[in-house]
Design a protein around this ligand. Structure first.
Ligand code: ADP
Length: 633
């Protein structure tokens, strides 16, 4: 028994519906009206169909028996019920479709919410990135939560329809001409007479009906399975064309920033050829999918056609043998029709759910990405005096998915309220050191402590509150200036202008068409373009506005002109007053402002000291210093 349960839990059927039900649950938690509304729509649709069948059949029998008043009444009822139920059905369908369209968008919100709440190290992990791209692509091109709701609705409708139509059809199967009565076919010796006589034997119709039903069901299941396998293969062997096309569209064809390079380096033909190649690959892939879909539909039609032919023969024989009335004939034909189409729907939508589950499984796989590290829970002691004690203890680090250590056994204490500089050659590990310090990555070995406690134990957001950072790739967004500078810390115009002034950006923002409200860049509207240096000043203002206990500046003046750079240095004391600052720069002259200089080489701390002592020591620092100084001499 346990074995069977286990097999069932692992079966494709179970996993398909686990995905499906999880999505339905997510839909219901987001909007609790969607599923009841779908259910109501299904009931109204079925009521319309069967009220129609019943009223038509009664109407015909009344007409044939010349009971015209009753016939008129049923005709009226038929019209009214069709009108009312039909209208309600239409209104509900519109509502359901609107909700479905809304879910197209909501899915992206779910993905975005997950993506930005992941810790940075997990977010950057190649496996997570792949899952993110796949989730996004799947929701763009293949699956949809709205379709899941629709498919389950159709599946339920088909099931209910089958129960009702089988109930009605069974009545037919069990109806025989009155025993001993005179029927139109009594005594008829030809094929039709014999067939009718045979069908009158109790159990024969039931047996034939059951056999036909089982046969068609088996054929249909085989078809569904065959095409589900084929679709799965398609999906698994897809070539990543969509990813490439999206990249080309978002970053190259439709992105004005790429325009300069494309024109200067005459990349138009090369890019268009690239795009065409991917497009053609994608197109061939879609053609094959469409062909498979068409073949599947044909096979399903053939299967259900067999059953329809058989059941029509049965109803016809029953009618001419006098087992049922002409009115009932229409009702049964209708019921059998419903049965046939409900079976087709059942197969079609089950296959669709299976397909969609394979796609949406990829979407859920991203939502299920687990963070690499557990979050600490200790609140950070907020100190107005900024007296924290930070230390690296035997810290080594390699990036996720990389075998190479970028930091090797780093030991250092960071003295608070001092100006520190971190220098070294390209790739020495300076930025990585900062990223670890800010808690964006965790050490592979060793630990970083704050006031003697491993920083992993603190609440991550409270720990990160300590740092205002300008990274080399600082990134501003196409939002108004004030949102770029205030970031997640609320708007306060006094503080905004102070930070802008300290970063040397006050004049620039004052001269912008709408001051603090000015939109940056043209990605989302008519924004202003700013130079790299101007952007860097805004990034510095953002770091200062945050007002953390530590200010970290990674190459903060790389894009600044010499005067702007001199301005930053001149204001440096004011900017970092009462704070600890860490300054990474290749401009060795900036180190003179700092009390404590750490020299990195190949992931290790090579030297540490003041400018004068390091220069006198004649090591790597003095080499770097002299290499630059000779051009100024
Ligand atoms: P620096 O700031 O001293 O120039 P970094 O700390 O940026 O050096 O980089 C140190 C080394 O780590 C480089 O060899 C770089 O290629 C590698 N590296 C940097 N970032 C990543 C990353 N996200 N994934 C993998 N390797 C990285």
């Amino acid at each position: 028994m346990g074995e069977i349960t286990k097999k069932w839990i692992e079966s494709e059927f179970a996993s398909t519906h686990r995905v499906g039900f999880r999505l339905l649950k997510m839909v219901h938690e987001t909007d609790s009206t969607v599923l009841p509304m779908n259910l109501l729509m299904i009931c109204v649709n079925l009521a319309e169909i069967y009220a129609g069948l019943f009223l038509t059949s009664t109407l015909i029998d009344n007409l044939l028996d010349a009971r015209f008043r009753q016939a008129a009444l049923y005709a009226l009822l038929l019209a009214v019920s069709a009108l009312i139920l039909g209208s309600i059905g239409e209104v509900l369908l519109k509502k359901v479709r609107t909700v479905q369209n809304r879910f197209w968008q909501i899915v992206y919100l779910w993905i975005a919410k997950k993506a930005i709440s992941l810790d940075y190290e997990t977010m950057e992990d190649p496996d997570a990135v792949k899952k993110l791209l796949s989730a996004e692509r799947t929701c763009d091109m293949y699956g949809s939560v709205g379709i899941v709701v629709l498919n389950y609705g159709e599946l339920l409708k088909a099931l209910l329809n089958i129960v009702i139509s089988v109930g009605l059809s069974l009545q037919l199967v069990l109806k025989h001409p009155t025993v001993g009565g005179i029927t139109p076919l009594s005594g008829r010796e030809d094929g039709i007479g014999q067939a009718a006589a045979l069908l009158s034997v109790p159990g024969v119709s039931l047996f034939l009906f059951g056999t036909a039903l089982t046969g068609v069901a088996l054929l249909s299941v085989r078809t569904a399975h065959k095409y589900a396998e084929r679709e799965k293969n398609f999906f698994q062997n897809r070539t990543g064309t969509e990813e490439k096309l999206t990249y080309l569209n978002d970053n190259i064809f439709f992105n004005y920033r790429a325009g300069k390079i494309i024109r200067i380096f005459e990349m138009q033909d090369m890019l268009l050829k690239n795009g065409e190649r991917e497009f053609n690959k994608g197109f061939r892939f879609y053609l094959r999918r469409i062909r498979a879909k068409r073949e599947e539909t044909m096979e399903n039609l053939a299967n259900s056609g067999l059953f329809t032919v058989f059941s029509y023969l049965l109803v016809l024989l029953k009618t001419i043998s006098g087992a049922i009335t002409v009115g009932a004939f229409t009702q049964y034909v209708g019921a059998l029709n419903q049965f046939g189409s409900a079976c087709a729907s059942l197969i079609e939508y089950n296959a669709a759910i299976r397909r969609n589950a394979a796609y949406m499984g990829e979407f859920l796989a991203f939502l299920d990405v687990e963070e690499k590290h557990s979050h600490g829970t200790i609140p950070l002691e907020k100190r107005d005096d900024g007296e924290y004690e930070l230390a690296f203890e035997n810290v080594s680090f390699r990036y996720p998915g990389s075998a190479q250590y970028v930091l090797k056994n780093v030991n250092c204490r960071l003295d608070m309220k001092r100006k520190m500089a971190v220098v070294g050659r390209n790739g020495a590990g300076k930025t990585t050191f900062i990223k670890l310090l800010c808690g964006l990555y965790e050490p592979t070995e060793g630990r970083i402590t704050l006031n003697g406690v491993d920083i992993r134990k603190y609440k991550p957001d409270e720990y990160r509150d300590l740092f205002g950072v300008v990274f080399q790739d600082f990134r501003l967004f196409s939002f108004p200036v004030w949102e770029n500078v205030a970031a997640g810390y609320g708007r306060n115009d006094g503080r905004l202008w102070k930070a802008l002034r300290q970063a040397g950006a006050e004049e620039m923002v004052k001269n912008m068409p709408e001051g603090l409200e000015t939109l940056l860049y043209k990605d989302t509207g008519e924004g202003v373009e700013i130079s790299g240096g101007e952007a860097q000043k805004l990034a510095i203002a953002r770091a200062l506005y945050k007002d953390g206990a530590l200010v970290v500046l990674d190459e903060p003046t790389a894009a600044l002109d010499p005067l702007a750079e001199a301005e930053v240095y001149a204001r440096f004391d004011e900017m970092t007053e009462g704070k600890t600052s860490i300054y990474i720069s290749h401009r060795m002259s900036s180190c003179r402002f700092c009390d404590d200089i750490i020299v990195f080489d190949d992931g290790r701390i090579e030297e540490r000291g003041s400018h004068e002592t390091l220069l006198a020591a004649g090591g790597l620092y003095s080499q770097l210093w002299n290499a630059q100084a000779k051009y100024y001499a």
